[in-house]
Design a protein around this ligand. Structure first.
Ligand SMILES: [Zn+2]
Ligand SMILES: [Zn+2]
Length: 358
């Protein structure tokens, strides 16, 4: 199989021929048909998300089942699947509380090597998947069967960015009709938060981004107002758009400590900031404690849009098919596995909402 390998911090990925592991009884072999290039992959390369090289990156993908181990219960050869970047066992304390995005068996699955180089060096994979490849061998826990005729390059995005963003609005914040929302950072996940807020019926959706192209995309995908933080203080601009009150929910979708604090300061009295962007693992934040208590403001963490993937992946697919959510508008360009480093360059330069490898 061919795969893009993370070999050194801040270096380019190396596309190589590698050998998959022999599948175990609960493993599933998937032929990958599309993989989105997510900011979290870049985060591994730059060291913000700790993962030792060598490893196969990519955690937002879709494909077709090619083989299943003898103990695999829910999947058959030929099934269309989306990778869940948080493997969900379905039976642990969290999964039984409908909190499968916090599954306690996740890390056991993520930590197993799933391929090796020809010299037998084991290769970890990002989150137990490794979608920057033409094949992957993963645990059944990491896959969700899906029945749809949506194109591969759209379906891939449900594996991470789309579910994270739409879920942040629907599941984590539980945006209600008429609510006001601000979104700091309008990449793939931020645009998905905007779409989630729109489908939830938010009356005002304020998109905040430095890049004009991303602000324009936000308007096309459901934002009602845009804010350029280079023009004036973003908190003051949001206050001016909300009659000085602030928004019900302010989402931070970049992972920068100062911007999480900014989101907190944009939230109205009794409102909430939702931290969606993945910060550097050594970062911490300081928020003003007075409004936390006396203005009853809340700060909510959000991983994977608080999604239960086996419920939410089909739900998102049906909303896209009904024309209520727009996945096609999120795919900026498609490219081959060999173009992976170009995809990261385009991401760093703010040129794309999402590049998808096909
Ligand atoms: Zn991701
Ligand atoms: Zn579990």
């Amino acid at each position: 199989m061919r795969a893009a390998i993370f070999t050194e911090q801040n270096g380019p990925l190396s596309v190589e021929n590698v050998d998959p592991i022999d599948p175990g009884p609960r493993d599933v072999v998937v032929r990958i048909t599309a993989s989105g290039v997510c900011h979290s992959d870049l985060h591994v390369i730059t060291g913000g998300l700790p993962m030792p090289p060598p490893a196969i990156l990519g955690h937002e993908g879709t494909g077709i089942v090619e083989a299943v181990g003898p103990e695999v219960k829910g999947l058959r050869v030929g099934d269309r699947v989306i990778g869940s970047f948080i493997p969900a066992c379905g039976t642990c304390w969290f999964c039984l509380r409908d909190e499968s995005h916090l599954c306690e068996n996740t890390y056991t699955v993520m930590a197993a090597p799933r391929a090796h180089r020809h010299d037998h060096t084991p290769l970890m994979t990002m989150t137990g998947l490794g979608t920057f490849a033409d094949m992957m061998t993963c645990d059944e826990m990491s896959l969700v069967k899906i029945e749809t005729d949506l194109p591969d390059e759209q379906l891939a995005l449900i594996g991470c960015g789309f579910t994270t963003g739409v879920g942040a609005a629907l599941n984590t914040a539980k945006v209600q009709p008429g609510d006001t929302v601000a979104v700091i950072g309008c990449g793939g996940v931020g645009q998905s938060v905007i779409q989630g807020a729109k489908v939830a019926g938010a009356a005002q959706i304020i998109a905040i981004d430095l890049v004009p192209y991303k602000r324009e995309s936000a308007l096309a995908l459901g934002a009602t107002h845009v804010v350029d933080p280079a023009e004036a203080d973003a908190v003051e601009q949001v206050m001016a758009l909300t009659g000085g009150r602030g928004v019900d929910y302010a989402f931070e979708v970049i992972g920068v400590p100062d911007l999480i604090v900014q989101a907190f300061n944009m939230a109205r009295t009794g409102g909430a900031a939702v931290a969606v962007g993945v910060p550097h693992f050594m970062d911490s934040i300081t928020i003003p404690s007075f409004p936390l208590v006396l203005s009853e403001k809340r700060l909510l963490g959000c991983v994977y849009g608080s999604a239960q993937v086996r419920r939410d992946f089909p739900r998102l697919v049906s909303l896209v098919q009904a024309g209520r959510l727009d996945l096609g508008g999120m795919v900026s360009r498609t490219m081959g596995l060999d173009d992976i480093n170009e995809a990261f360059r385009a991401m760093k330069d703010g040129e794309v909402i999402r590049s998808v490898l096909v």
